[in-house]
Design a binder for this molecule. Structure first.
Ligand code: BGC
Length: 741
């Protein structure tokens, strides 16, 4: 957004009011104001009444830069230079009163009364923060994630926001990239499932009703493939991989009804994603059937110039609009340059109209014309409801991944745990538990690991020592940490990354524990005490040098507001861990990118390193439980099927443990040969269920060729190849079957 002086502010408001007075419409008769009329009719009616300036206002998104409750500032940011209200504003804080005041100006004082769509990044919770998306994906529980997103939607709306820039559905296969944390990880199906769950959670399940809030699938497309894991960078993705890996989570979200999509920063095969007509129009609208509107990422229109694609800012505006970017996020280039582009004939009026049409349609569907204002509820009832905190805790419990549990060190026996050392820079760190993009989550509301364990073990002698900071070289705290370990029976060692080491523009060139934390772990391990290593991070971490010494290791990610409660429940065995990795953990950064669904190599042992193993430290799908689940062989209802047929795979799973526990059965398919070489295996179905001790349950996968065996070609046309396939459950043996011609 261009900066404005106070005089411009005054000019902006007075112009707006002048326009308002001069062109007052009789609102009672206008079709667009009549909720009984079809949305398409309302849109067309409104569009034909609009001036060019009003249209350009709708194509603009501004940002409320003011952290104080200063309405004048919001008004300045909320109006274009010609005094019309913008189409959307990004508002960082929950300030419903201020939103309503601004909205009142747009709705009651502007000529046509078009409401503003207020947006924000609500990524894994608004006020009640649940685990990051990467962590939540490890739960393999999209239904619980849907509930979390519905909770976030309620809090978001109560805070005065109608639209979240979420979910991020960028398949992420490079652990160096900081934004893995915002995605559901490396797998296509898991990203699809979490994309659908988020859209349904945010927007509700009733397409005929106003959406609770509007969802935004981002970043379209291929952003997760940034070269060397560096943010905002170039990506090179073949059309085949685009169709098979990067597009499906967007398609799933579009089919689930997502009303908006955000265009990405990355240059894709030489054409930046925010100026890419092929992806934004031919694919997104033509192939995937998207009918909502596209917003650019932050100043991504202006970036087209920096990316050596547009000649100047005017050219950038022309290219982005033509490509299919309907709303220009914060750089103001549409407002500034479209009049001249229109006058010179470089931009057709129809392109502007079409973008406005799409934006208005979403506003109608969101119910903004009927309910433009946020209901002002008592502050205490907006956020922090007990049922919401409970949900955040449960999601956290399901997101932890028990990587190792030698000799069954976990769960700790609360009755026998008399002396416990809780060590490490993450033990009592509130901020890091919230992760990046923590919405309006407040540090003071976080239950830290230390606080959670203290509350759960009131009669245990607990020693706490930080040991060191997350970053930096200072080892002065090591002695205290070692002494605490020596004076205890068990050590819970909490290490990892801080919240800002992942997220946007937070790539890493190493994946080791930062600072001197590895040395701290070594020093504590040297005491010989049993150590439970808890790793809190926004990405996979390489722990090769300390892995052997720790008896138990758990990836706890960034669990959110109820971190400590959830961890106490899992560490002490009230809940058995049930998370499985949504992203492969490498042994060293040199193995990256490393993911399970890779294509076959030419020779046995292809991909060998002379100086390291080629195997991951912990593969995708790895995750232990306190129970042992015994899998039967997979049984197939037939070993041949036709293209329009179906066969059922069944596996019996028995809980051999002494407690109830949840297990997720991951069903993988492999194909012997295809018209395009196939990945070694692909997750095609998963199901999670709780099993009582001794219970045997049958898990089923009904294999349908069109859904499970077909894959798209580079034009997106899906077909299945006849031939030999195999199916397996978890790490079980593959069972072959044939798809007939
Ligand atoms: C990020 C988006 C985000 C936007 C608005 C950008 O820098 O890439 O993910 O939604 O800012 O905050």
């Amino acid at each position: 957004m261009t900066s404005r002086t106070p005089s411009r502010l005054t000019l902006g408001i007075s112009l707006m009011l002048l326009v308002s007075a001069a062109h007052a419409e009789s609102s009672a008769v206008a079709t667009y104001r009549d909720p009984s009329k079809p949305v398409a009719e309302r849109v067309e009616d409104l569009l034909k009444r609009m001036t060019l300036q009003e249209k350009l206002g709708q194509l603009s998104q501004s940002v409320d830069k003011d952290s104080n409750d200063n309405l004048n500032n919001v008004i300045t940011e909320g109006t274009t230079d010609s005094g019309v209200a913008v189409g959307s504003m990004i508002v960082g804080k929950p300030r419903p009163e201020q939103r309503n005041a601004m909205q009142r100006i747009a709705v009651e004082q502007s000529r046509l009364g078009i409401p503003i769509l207020f947006g924000n990044d609500i990524i894994h919770g608004a006020s009640t923060i649940y685990p990051t998306t990467l962590a939540s994906a490890c739960s393999f529980n999209p239904e619980m994630f849907r509930q979390c997103c519905a909770m976030a939607a309620r809090e978001t709306k109560a805070g005065g926001i109608d639209w979240t820039f979420s979910p991020m559905v960028d398949v992420s296969r490079d652990a160096r990239w900081g934004r893995n944390v915002e995605s559901a990880g490396e797998d296509v199906l898991l990203n699809e499932a979490f994309s659908i769950a988020a859209v349904r959670g945010y927007q509700g399940d009733r397409p005929d009703a106003p959406r609770p809030i509007v969802a935004c699938l981002k970043h379209f497309v291929g952003y997760g493939a940034s070269e060397a894991g560096r943010d905002y960078c170039f990506t090179e993705i073949s059309p085949q991989t685009l169709a098979e890996v990067y597009l499906p989570p967007f398609e799933a979200g579009v089919k689930a009804g997502a009303l908006t999509v955000m265009s990405a920063f990355n240059d894709l095969n030489g054409v930046p994603a925010s100026g890419n007509r092929y992806t934004l129009t031919d694919i997104l609208r033509g192939r995937l059937g998207f009918s909502g509107f596209v917003v650019s990422d932050w100043k991504a229109v202006a970036h087209l110039e920096a990316q050596a694609f547009a000649k100047d800012h005017a050219d950038a505006a022309r290219l982005a609009l033509h490509a299919g970017v309907d709303m220009d996020m914060v750089d103001g280039l549409y407002v500034k340059h479209l009049p001249e582009l229109l006058a010179s004939g470089k931009t057709p009026a129809a392109e502007i109209d079409e973008a406005v049409r799409r934006i208005l349609r979403v506003k109608f569907l969101a119910g903004l014309f009927e309910k433009p204002y946020t209901e002002i509820t008592p502050v205490e009832s907006r956020f922090g409801r007990p049922e919401d905190l409970m949900l955040a805790r449960k999601m956290a419990e399901e997101s932890f991944v028990l990587l190792k549990n030698k000799d069954g060190l976990l769960p700790l026996d609360a009755a026998k745990t008399k002396r416990l050392a809780i060590i490490g820079p993450l033990a009592d760190d509130r901020r890091s538990m919230l992760g990046s993009w923590a919405g309006w989550g407040r540090e003071e509301d976080v239950v830290t690991i230390l606080a959670g364990l203290r509350a759960a073990l009131p009669s245990c002698e607990i020693r706490h020592a930080k040991g060191c900071e997350i970053k930096g070289e200072n080892r002065k705290g090591f002695d205290e940490a070692v002494a605490a370990a020596n004076a205890s029976d068990v050590v819970v060692l909490c290490v990892g990354e801080d919240a800002k080491m992942s997220g946007e523009n937070a790539s890493r060139a190493t994946l080791d524990l930062p600072g001197v934390q590895e040395d701290l772990v070594r020093a504590v391990l040297a005491t010989g005490k049993p150590v439970v290593l808890l790793i809190s991070s926004g990405r996979p971490i390489t722990i090769e040098c300390v892995e052997g010494g720790a008896r138990a290791i758990m990836a706890v990610w960034q669990p959110g507001s109820r971190a400590g409660d959830a961890l106490a429940n899992v560490l002490l065995g009230a809940v058995s861990p049930s998370g499985k990795l949504a992203m492969t953990w490498p042994r060293s950064v040199g193995q990256v990118p490393i993911y399970y669904a890779k294509r076959q190599g030419a020779r046995p042992g292809s991909g060998r390193y002379v100086d390291a193993s080629s195997e991951p430290r912990y593969p995708f799908g790895h995750g232990l439980s306190y129970s042992t689940f015994e899998y039967s062989k997979v049984r197939l209802s037939a070993d041949r099927l036709k293209k329009d047929g179906k066969i059922e795979a069944v596996v019996s799973v028995t809980n051999r443990g002494a407690k109830p526990a949840k297990e997720t059965v991951l069903w993988y398919l492999s194909q012997k040969a295809g018209r395009v070489s196939r990945p070694m295996k692909q997750l095609k179905h998963f199901e999670k269920a709780e099993l009582a001790p001794g219970e045997t349950r049958e898990f089923r996968f009904a294999i349908e060729p069109a859904r499970d065996l077909a894959y798209p070609d580079e034009r997106g046309v899906r077909a299945a190849d006849p031939g030999l396939f195999s199916v397996r459950a978890g790490t079980g043996e593959p069972v072959p079957f044939t798809l007939e011609d």
